[in-house]
Each structure stands twice: as structure tokens, then as C-alpha cells.
Design a protein around this ligand. Structure first.
Ligand SMILES: Cc1cc2nc3c(=O)[nH]c(=O)nc-3n(C[C@H](O)[C@H](O)[C@H](O)COP(=O)(O)OP(=O)(O)OC[C@H]3O[C@@H](n4cnc5c(N)ncnc54)[C@H](O)[C@@H]3O)c2cc1C
Length: 476
């Protein structure tokens, strides 16, 4: 078969550098590989040959679930990916049919939903994505290399490269000669929550993006257990979602047929303990029995690991009036969400999908007069706008959900109280009406927009459902 020639590239698309080989960096590299001659992905860590947690991704020891929309996005970027993940031992489950969900203390009525999520450890997902990216023509992954910031043209209008140095203690591949500059036409910062991009831009004379934070003070404690067929009625997972009055929760995900990841978490001052008796007591205080059952009866496979996550943080690059040409930011570096909603990998993969679509379009001159002369290529403006749309929904769900808690710091809108009352009633009604449950999970998994929860048909169902009382344990 004659290979299809790749489309001709404009001269400035010869080399792209991605900072960070996490989920966001790897998926961004996938997007770039279609249109850039060469793509180099840098990571300060030494990357493990087998799926294993690593220092640069501290959350890699914590329970992760791949939401339905994220699974679709990864499949779009890497056809055959999900089968590969399953073949490596990951699990898939109908989120409503094969898992228990407790919303405001009510058990959501189980029923087949078609909302399919995937259970696999964060290192396992990254491992398979990295293998696919490393196999792409023109892509090189360099490990043990720390990015120090972009280098720009003398007028500071666009990037010309990125400064790097070998990471002390890492397997640096820069020849051990200290700092160097890697020339690049495009630099993508995917360095995670600790991104220094705002400071880098400021050093080059640009404004820092405005940041929105919603403080939730999440504390996670994850431990793994041997899964046996009788556990939790043979179900694949459990989610006990916190609510005002009970700002603590838990979840179980089958990372493999024979292995559960179990997390206990607390918000706003609630902290799960890490000793066995304390963990069990904490699990027993939750509205469903499932997590406590596993802690009581399953064989632990490791020690519990705790992690703190202070606040969801969104950086509004899309609102900047001037962009550094050829410089993008993606993934957690752009927006990081309260992890209890499980959205980060999905949002990162979706941003890569939109980046690929933008690059596939014919390169064009900036259309709007105010863009001319400001961006060297208009790509940052277009990307940040598109990425903001991707992030809007998960942000609304995560930050909006957190603002239900009186102690969560963040700006509340005038309609929030009314919406909150409706959604409280919705969650209760979903314990009897499986259609409401399906829509709730489709929205949580980003398959449908949140507005779907307020469609006239859904409002009627909520109003008609027998009242089951307010949230268990909530103060009235
Ligand atoms: C406790 C917890 C639980 C979570 N659970 C879920 C879940 O269930 N589902 C879900 O979808 N998401 C979850 N997330 C979010 C998810 O882990 C991330 O959103 C996702 O991994 C994408 O992250 P990223 O690639 O943007 O950043 P990261 O995963 O943080 O990767 C950043 C990479 O950049 C590298 N790096 C950083 N600085 C530099 C530098 N200067 N030079 C070179 N390399 C650098 C780091 O070594 C790292 O490899 C959770 C997060 C937390 C904290």
C-alpha cells in the first residue's frame, strides 16, 4: 500500500517542544505529531519502564478513574487504546449498572446506562499512552531534563526555544554539560499544577493570567486491596460523594480484576486517618457500607498513602490581551480540578483533541484586526479560547459542586442557591428514577452538558418523584 503523504508543513512547524510527559504532555505530543516535523517531550523525572508511580506525579499513587468522555478522547487520539488497556488488565464498567453511587447519602438507583468508565492506575494509563507516543514518527521523549523557561525572539514576540538543564540525580541526556537551549517553533507547557508559565511570561514582559481558585482542602488516602468476586456484591466500583453536612467520602475502583484501589477523602478540615482502625471507623461513618466492607474483609496489598490537594485552580490564559507567539499551556497547568470529580485526565485529553483539530486547519493570518501584530501566529489565542470551552464544563461541575459547602472559598453567583436546591432534590429523585441517574452520570462523565439536568423533561421527573427527604446527615 502506498503511504498517504503527510500534508505539507509551513516552515514554522518544524520542531515543537512539550514540557512534561504526564497525560497532558503526552496527549499534546500526539496532537502535534500530525503537523510538526519533530516533537520533543521533556520530563524532569526518570521515566519508569513499567507502570509505576514517580516523583514528578505525586498523585500517581492515588486512586484514578478514567471518565467515559476521557476514554473516548484517548481512543480518538490513539485508535485501539482502550482494547490495549483492557488487555493489560484494566477494567471497564457501566457506571450506573455495575457501581454503587451515593449522592447526598441516597443510593442512586442502579440500572444499565451506557456510561462506560475505565478502571486502571494512573501509572498504567500513562504507561500505555507513553508507549503509543514514543512510537510516533518524529517524536522523542527526553527524560531527566528540567525546563527552565521559554526563550523568545529579540522583540519577545514569539518563542524560539526552551532552556533546559539536566535534573540533578536524574538520567540527564543533555551530555551532562549543564544548561542548553533547545530550538523550537512551538513550546507547550504541560508541567502540571506547579507550572511556572505565569512567571515565565512575566519575565518576558507579558501579563500573568488571572487565576480563579476554589479552596476545598481535599485530603486523599488511597490503599490497594485484593479483589475477590464476592466483594461489594461483585460490583466493579463505588462512589460515596460528600455533601454539606458530611464533607467526607470514599470510592472504590477495580484497577484490575483482582485489585481494588480504595480511597477515603475529606474536605475542608476533614482528614481521613491512615491507621487501619481509624480508616475503618471513617469508612463506617459514610452513608453506604461498601468501602467499610472492603476495608474489613479484603487483604491489603500495600500501605495507605496520603496526599493533600488545597484548591481547584483555573488560569485564564484565554483572557490575556497579548500572547507570546508559539507558547501554549495545557492540562493541569491550565486548569486543575478537585480530584474527587475524576476529571483531570479527561480534560487533558480533550484539550489535545482540540489542539489537533486547530492545527489540522489551514494556517491562516489572524482574522481580527486587534489580533494582528499581537500574536506571531494567532495559535495561542485560538487554542486558549478552545481550551477554555473544554474546561468550562468540568470547572462548572467541580468548582460549582465545591461551592455547595459553606466553608469552600470562592465566588458564588446570585442563582447558585436556587440551582443548589433543585440539584439537591434531583439527587434524591435519582434514587428512585433511573433516568435521572443516567443523565446525572452522563453529565458527570462529560458526555452531556450540565444544562441537560435542567431540561423540562428532567424538571418534571424531579418534581414528580416521591420525596425521599433531604441529604442524610445534612443540617436543615
Ligand atoms: C489525588 C488526585 C487524584 C486524581 N484522580 C483523578 C481521577 O480519578 N481521574 C482523572 O482523570 N484525574 C485525576 N486526577 C488528575 C490527574 O492526575 C491529572 O489531571 C492528569 O494526570 C493530567 O495531569 P498533567 O499531565 O497536566 O500534569 P502531571 O500529571 O502533574 O504531569 C506533569 C509532568 O510534568 C513534569 N514536569 C513538571 N515540571 C517540569 C519541568 N520544569 N521540566 C520538565 N518536566 C516537568 C512532571 O515530572 C510530570 O511528569 C487526580 C489528581 C489528584 C491530585
Amino acid at each position: 500500500m502506498v503511504p498517504t503523504p503527510r500534508p505539507a508543513r509551513p516552515a514554522e512547524r518544524s520542531h515543537a517542544v512539550v514540557i512534561g510527559a504526564g497525560l497532558a504532555g503526552l496527549t499534546a505530543a500526539r496532537a502535534l505529531a500530525d503537523t510538526y516535523e519533530r516533537v520533543t517531550v521533556l520530563d524532569r523525572d526518570t521515566l519508569p519502564a513499567e507502570p509505576a508511580p514517580r516523583r514528578g506525579v505525586p498523585q500517581s499513587r492515588q486512586l484514578h478513574v478514567l471518565l467515559a468522555r476521557g476514554a473516548q478522547a484517548l481512543e480518538e487520539l490513539f485508535p485501539g487504546f482502550l482494547e490495549e488497556l483492557l488487555a493489560a488488565g484494566a477494567t471497564r464498567a457501566d457506571t450506573q449498572g455495575e457501581a454503587h453511587w451515593y449522592l447526598d447519602g441516597h443510593l442512586l438507583r442502579p440500572a444499565p446506562s451506557g456510561v462506560i468508565s475505565y478502571g486502571a492506575s494512573r501509572p498504567r494509563v500513562e504507561h500505555h499512552v507513553r508507549a503509543r507516543v514514543a512510537a510516533l514518527p518524529g517524536v522523542v521523549i527526553r527524560q531527566g531534563v528540567e525546563a527552565l523557561g521559554p526563550v523568545a525572539t529579540s522583540d519577545r514576540g514569539r518563542v524560539t526555544g526552551v532552556r533546559v538543564r539536566p535534573r540533578s540525580g536524574g538520567a540527564g541526556e543533555t551530555g551532562g554539560a549543564g544548561e542548553e537551549t533547545i530550538p523550537a517553533d512551538l513550546v507547550v507547557d504541560a508541567s502540571g499544577r506547579g507550572s511556572r508559565a505565569p512567571a515565565w511570561l512575566e519575565e518576558l514582559g507579558y501579563h500573568r493570567p488571572r487565576q480563579t481558585r476554589v479552596r476545598a482542602d481535599v485530603v486523599y488516602v488511597t490503599r490497594h486491596f485484593r479483589r475477590e468476586p464476592h466483594h461489594i456484591g461483585g460490583r466493579s466500583g463505588v462512589a460515596l460523594v460528600p455533601f454539606p453536612g458530611l464533607p467526607r467520602g470514599g470510592a472504590i475502583v477495580s484497577e484490575r480484576e483482582d485489585r481494588f484501589a480504595v480511597v477515603l477523602f475529606g474536605l475542608l478540615g476533614e482528614e481521613p486517618p491512615v491507621d487501619e482502625a481509624g480508616m475503618l471507623a471513617y469508612a463506617e461513618s459514610l452513608p453506604g457500607p461498601d468501602v467499610a466492607e472492603v476495608l474489613r474483609t479484603a487483604e491489603p496489598l500495600d500501605e495507605p498513602v496520603r496526599m493533600r490537594y488545597p484548591a481547584s485552580a483555573r488560569r485564564h490564559y484565554e483572557k490575556l490581551d497579548r500572547h507570546l507567539g508559539g507558547f501554549l499551556v495545557t492540562g493541569d497547568a491550565l486548569c486543575s480540578f478537585n480530584p474527587t470529580y475524576g476529571q483531570g485526565m479527561t480534560a487533558a485529553a480533550q484539550q489535545a483533541v482540540v489542539l489537533r483539530a486547530l492545527l489540522a486547519r489551514e494556517p491562516r493570518e489572524p482574522r481580527e484586526p486587534r489580533e494582528r501584530g499581537r500574536d506571531a501566529d494567532g495559535l495561542p489565542r485560538r487554542f486558549f479560547r478552545a481550551a477554555a470551552k473544554v474546561v468550562d464544563t468540568p470547572w462548572l461541575l467541580a468548582a460549582g459542586g465545591d461551592l455547595r459547602f459553606p466553608g469552600a472559598e470562592g465566588r458564588r453567583g446570585p442563582a447558585d442557591g436556587l440551582l443548589d436546591r433543585y440539584l439537591t432534590r434531583y439527587r434524591a429523585a435519582a434514587s428512585v428514577d433511573p433516568v435521572l441517574g443516567r443523565t446525572f452520570l452522563s453529565v458527570a462523565h462529560m458526555l452531556q452538558p450540565p444544562a441537560r439536568l435542567m431540561s423540562p423533561g428532567h424538571v418534571l421527573r424531579v418534581l414528580r418523584a416521591p420525596r425521599t427527604g433531604g441529604p442524610a446527615g445534612a443540617e436543615s
